[in-house]
Design a protein around this ligand. Structure first.
Ligand code: CTP
Ligand code: MG
Length: 387
């Protein structure tokens, strides 16, 4: 919930009732898939952080499909023949004192853009629209293809959504029977000042097929900003105690002599824990499970993996993949690789895990058979869901 408007609430109306004729898909435009979700889901997930209520106008006949995609928190109404009809259908259900109207087709508009619109409303404006400068010179032409006038480009702006309004201003504007491609046009007709704030490139309207490729490129940039990589290593010496059990990669290796240490000495699990914690900027095994938290002393590798994942998730991340390499002369990993991957993955809620192993040509403590080590790297995705 947005704190800038402590005494106000915000309803976001999303007209998504169009068919998307110019896009040429066989389904309504808002249901077209872009990367991992539909356009309407992109739109809703970006606007949700600033909204107290979201109302989506769906194309007639697609209401249930929208409901199943968007969940119970989103109110889905039946859209109308025109965009204005769709906005009106939603407006009758809006309960907040500020209303944003935001085209589903501007699916990648950022939360910050909506924030700028709300900031201007909070400072007392009745109507606020995001705009961009116009790059091309714009002319009026007649039916015979002759120029009538040329506009002063410096005074022109291209208009985007979300457009923000005081609820009573928007209701008054829509009380007329006029049709408009943007809601601010109806407010202007009432001689109410409409304030402009800076728009953004990524709020462009997905209209023709090439726009989907542009949206895909914009998402790619976003995805790379939302990943975190982490690295971790661990090493232990083989024990002189022949009865010491060997735990490695979450498995008991009953024919092997284990390693020294207070824990089960599972270097693969520990290296992964460290990599996860480092990617999430949560410190390391020592700072998480050391003397300050004695209940973890002696915990198994699998238990530590489970608890580490819990902390990483709580910090707002999810695992993309985990890769771990075991370095040592024994045990031979190959025959039990699938089993080991399974056990590590199970401890990490089914995450994608890969496991490799190597020897070091007789060099170093691993090559001399004195111990075993592991190195892990992980890729996390930012979910932003901090618990
Ligand atoms: N819209 C709506 N109800 C309509 C028509 C349009 O809610 N009867 C919505 C669209 O779903 C879109 C926004 O208004 O989110 C802007 O419209 P546009 O980009 O033109 O979408 P479509 O009308 O679906 O596309 P086209 O004009 O190519 O058919
Ligand atoms: Mg249209």
């Amino acid at each position: 919930m947005r704190s800038l408007l402590p005494n106000h609430s915000v309803t976001v109306i999303i007209p998504a009732g169009g068919s998307g004729e110019r896009l040429g898909a066989s389904i309504p435009k808002a249901l077209v898939q872009l990367a991992d979700r539909t356009l309407i889901e992109h739109c809703v997930s970006r606007i949700a952080p600033i909204a107290n209520q979201i109302i989506v106008a769906a194309p007639a006949g697609y209401e249930e499909k929208f409901r199943s995609l968007l969940g119970d928190d989103i109110l889905v109404v039946t859209g109308g023949i025109t965009r204005t009809d769709s906005v009106r259908a939603a407006l009758s259900r809006a309960t907040s004192d500020y209303i944003l109207v935001h085209d589903a087709a501007r699916s990648l508009a950022s939360t910050q853009l909506a924030g700028r619109v709300i900031d201007a409303l909070a400072s007392g404006e009745k109507a606020v629209i995001p705009v961009l400068p116009v790059i091309d010179t714009i002319k009026n032409v007649d039916h015979n293809n002759f120029v009538i006038t040329t506009h002063d480009r410096n005074a022109l702006r291209a208009v985007q959504t979300p457009q923000g309004f005081e609820a009573q201003t928007l209701r008054a504007a829509h009380a007329t029977s006029d049709d408009a491609t943007d809601d601010a046009g109806l407010v202007e007709a009432l001689n109410i000042p409409v304030k402009v704030v800076e728009g953004e490139d990524r709020a462009f309207k997905i209209t023709v097929p090439e726009d989907l490729a542009r949206a895909q490129r914009a998402l790619l940039g976003e995805d790379t900003k939302n990943i975190r990589v982490g690295v971790g290593t661990d090493a232990h010496a083989f024990s002189a105690d022949v009865n010491r059990p060997m735990w490695l990669a979450g498995l008991l290796w009953s024919d092997e002599i284990g390693v020294d240490g207070h824990s089960d000495g599972d270097v693969a699990a520990h290296a992964i824990c460290d990599a996860l914690l480092s990617a999430a900027q949560l410190g390391d095994l020592g700072s998480n499970f050391g003397v300050a938290e004695p209940e973890w002393a002696g915990a198994s590798g699998a238990k530590l993996l489970q608890e580490t994942l819990k902390r990483v998730k709580a910090a707002g991340y999810e695992i993309n993949n985990v890769s771990v390499q075991i370095v040592g002369n024994r045990p031979k990993i190959g025959p039990r690789r699938a089993e080991a991957i399974n056990s590590l993955s199970l401890a990490l809620d089914g995450a994608l895990v890969s496991l490799s192993a190597t020897t070091t040509d007789g060099l170093g403590f691993t090559g001399e058979g004195k111990g075993i080590s592991a190195i892990a790297s992980v890729l996390l995705r930012v979910t932003g869901r901090i618990s």
